[in-house]
Ligand binder design. Structure first.
Ligand SMILES: O=C(O)[C@H](O)COP(=O)(O)O
Length: 242
Protein backbone atom coordinates (compact mmCIF):
# COMPACT_ATOMS: atom_id res chain seq x y z
CA UNK A 1 0.00 0.00 0.00
CA UNK A 2 1.40 3.41 -0.95
CA UNK A 3 2.71 5.98 1.49
CA UNK A 4 3.12 9.65 0.69
CA UNK A 5 5.54 11.79 2.67
CA UNK A 6 5.08 15.55 2.52
CA UNK A 7 7.90 17.65 3.92
CA UNK A 8 8.38 21.38 4.15
CA UNK A 9 12.02 22.24 3.46
CA UNK A 10 14.39 22.85 6.39
CA UNK A 11 14.64 26.37 7.77
CA UNK A 12 15.95 28.82 5.15
CA UNK A 13 18.29 31.73 5.88
CA UNK A 14 15.32 34.06 5.42
CA UNK A 15 13.03 31.96 7.65
CA UNK A 16 15.74 32.44 10.27
CA UNK A 17 15.87 36.19 9.60
CA UNK A 18 12.04 36.42 9.77
CA UNK A 19 11.81 37.54 6.13
CA UNK A 20 9.33 36.52 3.43
CA UNK A 21 10.90 34.11 0.92
CA UNK A 22 8.26 33.31 -1.70
CA UNK A 23 9.85 32.66 -5.12
CA UNK A 24 13.23 34.09 -4.06
CA UNK A 25 15.79 31.31 -4.14
CA UNK A 26 17.13 31.39 -0.58
CA UNK A 27 19.57 28.87 0.91
CA UNK A 28 19.06 26.54 3.87
CA UNK A 29 20.40 27.86 7.18
CA UNK A 30 22.70 25.66 9.27
CA UNK A 31 19.59 24.72 11.30
CA UNK A 32 17.73 23.89 8.08
CA UNK A 33 20.51 21.59 6.87
CA UNK A 34 20.37 19.71 10.16
CA UNK A 35 16.55 19.54 10.01
CA UNK A 36 16.81 17.89 6.59
CA UNK A 37 19.11 15.19 7.96
CA UNK A 38 16.91 14.76 11.04
CA UNK A 39 13.90 14.25 8.76
CA UNK A 40 15.85 11.46 7.04
CA UNK A 41 16.62 9.85 10.40
CA UNK A 42 12.97 10.15 11.47
CA UNK A 43 11.95 8.21 8.37
CA UNK A 44 14.53 5.46 8.90
CA UNK A 45 12.21 3.39 11.11
CA UNK A 46 9.23 3.64 8.73
CA UNK A 47 10.25 0.92 6.28
CA UNK A 48 9.73 3.21 3.29
CA UNK A 49 11.37 2.68 -0.08
CA UNK A 50 10.68 5.71 -2.21
CA UNK A 51 10.20 5.12 -5.92
CA UNK A 52 9.96 8.84 -6.66
CA UNK A 53 10.93 12.10 -4.98
CA UNK A 54 9.63 15.52 -6.01
CA UNK A 55 10.84 18.95 -4.99
CA UNK A 56 10.17 22.48 -6.23
CA UNK A 57 12.75 24.24 -8.42
CA UNK A 58 13.93 26.27 -5.42
CA UNK A 59 17.26 25.35 -3.82
CA UNK A 60 15.87 25.01 -0.28
CA UNK A 61 13.65 22.05 -1.22
CA UNK A 62 16.21 20.41 -3.53
CA UNK A 63 18.92 20.56 -0.84
CA UNK A 64 16.47 19.25 1.77
CA UNK A 65 15.50 16.30 -0.45
CA UNK A 66 19.15 15.50 -1.20
CA UNK A 67 20.17 15.51 2.44
CA UNK A 68 17.11 13.51 3.54
CA UNK A 69 17.62 10.83 0.89
CA UNK A 70 21.33 10.59 1.68
CA UNK A 71 20.59 10.15 5.38
CA UNK A 72 18.05 7.47 4.49
CA UNK A 73 20.50 5.64 2.19
CA UNK A 74 18.16 6.25 -0.77
CA UNK A 75 20.10 8.77 -2.87
CA UNK A 76 19.42 6.59 -5.89
CA UNK A 77 15.72 7.55 -5.93
CA UNK A 78 14.57 9.26 -9.10
CA UNK A 79 14.02 12.96 -8.39
CA UNK A 80 11.95 15.46 -10.31
CA UNK A 81 11.97 19.22 -9.81
CA UNK A 82 8.60 20.81 -10.47
CA UNK A 83 7.96 24.58 -10.57
CA UNK A 84 4.32 23.94 -9.63
CA UNK A 85 5.55 22.98 -6.14
CA UNK A 86 7.22 26.37 -5.58
CA UNK A 87 6.26 28.47 -2.58
CA UNK A 88 3.43 30.93 -3.25
CA UNK A 89 4.76 34.15 -4.80
CA UNK A 90 4.62 36.70 -1.98
CA UNK A 91 4.38 39.81 -4.20
CA UNK A 92 5.97 42.94 -2.76
CA UNK A 93 6.46 41.20 0.61
CA UNK A 94 9.29 39.04 -0.75
CA UNK A 95 12.56 39.84 1.01
CA UNK A 96 10.85 42.03 3.59
CA UNK A 97 11.03 41.48 7.34
CA UNK A 98 7.71 40.27 8.78
CA UNK A 99 7.85 42.56 11.83
CA UNK A 100 8.68 45.57 9.64
CA UNK A 101 5.70 44.77 7.41
CA UNK A 102 3.39 44.52 10.46
CA UNK A 103 4.65 47.92 11.62
CA UNK A 104 4.04 49.38 8.15
CA UNK A 105 0.68 47.81 7.20
CA UNK A 106 -0.73 46.57 10.54
CA UNK A 107 -0.65 43.05 11.98
CA UNK A 108 -4.18 42.18 10.80
CA UNK A 109 -3.51 43.14 7.18
CA UNK A 110 -0.24 41.20 7.08
CA UNK A 111 -1.91 38.14 8.63
CA UNK A 112 -4.66 38.36 5.99
CA UNK A 113 -2.03 38.43 3.24
CA UNK A 114 -0.27 35.45 4.84
CA UNK A 115 -3.21 33.17 5.53
CA UNK A 116 -6.32 34.28 3.62
CA UNK A 117 -7.45 31.79 0.98
CA UNK A 118 -8.36 34.38 -1.63
CA UNK A 119 -6.79 37.76 -0.75
CA UNK A 120 -3.63 38.45 -2.76
CA UNK A 121 -0.65 40.30 -1.31
CA UNK A 122 0.17 43.43 -3.40
CA UNK A 123 1.75 42.29 -6.67
CA UNK A 124 5.25 43.14 -7.84
CA UNK A 125 4.96 45.56 -10.74
CA UNK A 126 7.32 43.81 -13.13
CA UNK A 127 8.86 40.42 -13.71
CA UNK A 128 12.47 41.32 -12.94
CA UNK A 129 15.09 38.68 -13.85
CA UNK A 130 16.98 39.48 -10.67
CA UNK A 131 16.26 41.28 -7.43
CA UNK A 132 18.79 42.86 -5.12
CA UNK A 133 17.80 42.64 -1.47
CA UNK A 134 20.06 43.81 1.36
CA UNK A 135 23.00 44.04 -1.06
CA UNK A 136 22.66 40.47 -2.37
CA UNK A 137 21.40 39.52 -5.81
CA UNK A 138 18.81 36.77 -6.08
CA UNK A 139 17.42 35.26 -9.26
CA UNK A 140 13.72 35.99 -9.23
CA UNK A 141 12.64 34.73 -12.63
CA UNK A 142 15.49 33.04 -14.41
CA UNK A 143 16.39 30.23 -16.78
CA UNK A 144 14.47 27.68 -14.74
CA UNK A 145 11.20 29.34 -15.78
CA UNK A 146 12.02 29.59 -19.49
CA UNK A 147 9.57 26.80 -20.24
CA UNK A 148 6.73 28.95 -18.94
CA UNK A 149 4.89 31.57 -20.95
CA UNK A 150 5.49 34.98 -19.36
CA UNK A 151 1.75 35.31 -18.63
CA UNK A 152 1.94 32.25 -16.34
CA UNK A 153 4.66 33.75 -14.14
CA UNK A 154 2.93 35.03 -11.00
CA UNK A 155 3.41 38.52 -9.58
CA UNK A 156 1.62 37.56 -6.37
CA UNK A 157 -0.21 34.45 -5.15
CA UNK A 158 -2.54 33.29 -2.37
CA UNK A 159 -3.54 29.77 -1.28
CA UNK A 160 -6.24 29.67 -3.97
CA UNK A 161 -3.97 30.49 -6.91
CA UNK A 162 -1.24 28.23 -5.52
CA UNK A 163 -3.80 25.41 -5.34
CA UNK A 164 -4.75 26.07 -8.99
CA UNK A 165 -1.17 25.55 -10.17
CA UNK A 166 -0.47 22.64 -7.77
CA UNK A 167 -3.58 20.76 -8.94
CA UNK A 168 -2.16 19.63 -12.34
CA UNK A 169 0.87 18.20 -10.49
CA UNK A 170 -1.43 16.45 -7.99
CA UNK A 171 -3.67 14.95 -10.63
CA UNK A 172 -1.14 14.36 -13.39
CA UNK A 173 1.95 13.22 -11.45
CA UNK A 174 1.31 12.44 -7.79
CA UNK A 175 -1.93 10.47 -8.03
CA UNK A 176 -0.66 8.19 -10.83
CA UNK A 177 2.45 7.36 -8.74
CA UNK A 178 0.31 6.54 -5.71
CA UNK A 179 -2.17 4.56 -7.80
CA UNK A 180 0.78 2.47 -8.97
CA UNK A 181 1.38 1.63 -5.29
CA UNK A 182 4.59 3.66 -5.01
CA UNK A 183 5.98 5.33 -1.90
CA UNK A 184 6.50 8.99 -2.82
CA UNK A 185 8.39 11.87 -1.21
CA UNK A 186 7.33 15.47 -1.88
CA UNK A 187 9.56 18.21 -0.48
CA UNK A 188 7.86 21.55 -0.95
CA UNK A 189 6.88 24.78 0.85
CA UNK A 190 4.35 25.97 3.41
CA UNK A 191 1.69 27.06 0.95
CA UNK A 192 2.23 24.44 -1.78
CA UNK A 193 1.90 21.81 0.99
CA UNK A 194 -1.25 23.56 2.28
CA UNK A 195 -2.67 23.28 -1.24
CA UNK A 196 -1.73 19.59 -1.44
CA UNK A 197 -3.24 18.98 2.00
CA UNK A 198 -6.51 20.55 0.83
CA UNK A 199 -6.57 18.36 -2.28
CA UNK A 200 -5.59 15.15 -0.45
CA UNK A 201 -7.90 15.59 2.55
CA UNK A 202 -10.74 17.39 0.76
CA UNK A 203 -10.53 20.41 3.10
CA UNK A 204 -12.66 23.50 2.61
CA UNK A 205 -11.13 26.90 1.81
CA UNK A 206 -11.78 27.90 5.43
CA UNK A 207 -10.17 24.77 6.87
CA UNK A 208 -6.98 25.08 4.83
CA UNK A 209 -6.28 28.57 6.19
CA UNK A 210 -5.82 26.95 9.64
CA UNK A 211 -3.23 24.42 8.46
CA UNK A 212 0.30 25.16 9.70
CA UNK A 213 3.27 23.31 8.23
CA UNK A 214 6.47 23.36 10.32
CA UNK A 215 9.90 23.14 8.66
CA UNK A 216 11.46 19.69 8.54
CA UNK A 217 8.66 17.55 10.03
CA UNK A 218 7.65 14.64 7.75
CA UNK A 219 3.88 14.23 7.27
CA UNK A 220 3.04 10.63 6.37
CA UNK A 221 -0.14 9.53 4.62
CA UNK A 222 -0.70 5.78 4.51
CA UNK A 223 -3.22 4.97 1.81
CA UNK A 224 -5.18 1.87 0.97
CA UNK A 225 -4.93 0.70 -2.64
CA UNK A 226 -8.00 2.75 -3.59
CA UNK A 227 -6.21 5.79 -2.09
CA UNK A 228 -8.41 6.14 0.96
CA UNK A 229 -6.37 7.67 3.79
CA UNK A 230 -5.71 4.95 6.40
CA UNK A 231 -3.57 7.04 8.69
CA UNK A 232 -1.89 10.44 8.87
CA UNK A 233 1.20 10.74 11.05
CA UNK A 234 3.46 13.73 11.68
CA UNK A 235 6.97 12.76 12.78
CA UNK A 236 8.68 15.19 15.10
CA UNK A 237 12.18 15.28 16.51
CA UNK A 238 10.77 15.38 20.06
CA UNK A 239 9.17 11.95 19.57
CA UNK A 240 12.43 10.51 18.24
CA UNK A 241 14.31 11.84 21.30
CA UNK A 242 11.85 10.30 23.80
O1 LIG B 1 7.75 32.22 1.81
C1 LIG B 1 7.98 32.28 3.02
O2 LIG B 1 8.58 33.21 3.56
C2 LIG B 1 7.61 31.14 3.91
O3 LIG B 1 6.91 30.15 3.33
C3 LIG B 1 6.91 31.57 5.16
O4 LIG B 1 5.76 32.28 4.90
P1 LIG B 1 4.70 32.34 6.09
O5 LIG B 1 5.48 32.65 7.34
O6 LIG B 1 3.72 33.40 5.75
O7 LIG B 1 4.10 30.98 6.17
Amino acid sequence: MPTLVLLRHGQSEWNQENRFNGWIDTELSAVGKEQARTAGRLLQDQGLFFQKAYSSVLTRTIMTANRLLEELGQSYVKQEKVWRLNERHYGILQGENKTAMRDKYGAEQVQTWRRSYSVLPPAVSAIAPKVVIAGRTYPAFDARYKVLPLKDLPKSENIQSTEARVRPFYEGSLLPELRAGHDVLVVAHGTSIRALTKLIEGLTAEEVTKVEIPNGEPILYDFSNDLTIQQKTVLTKAEKDE
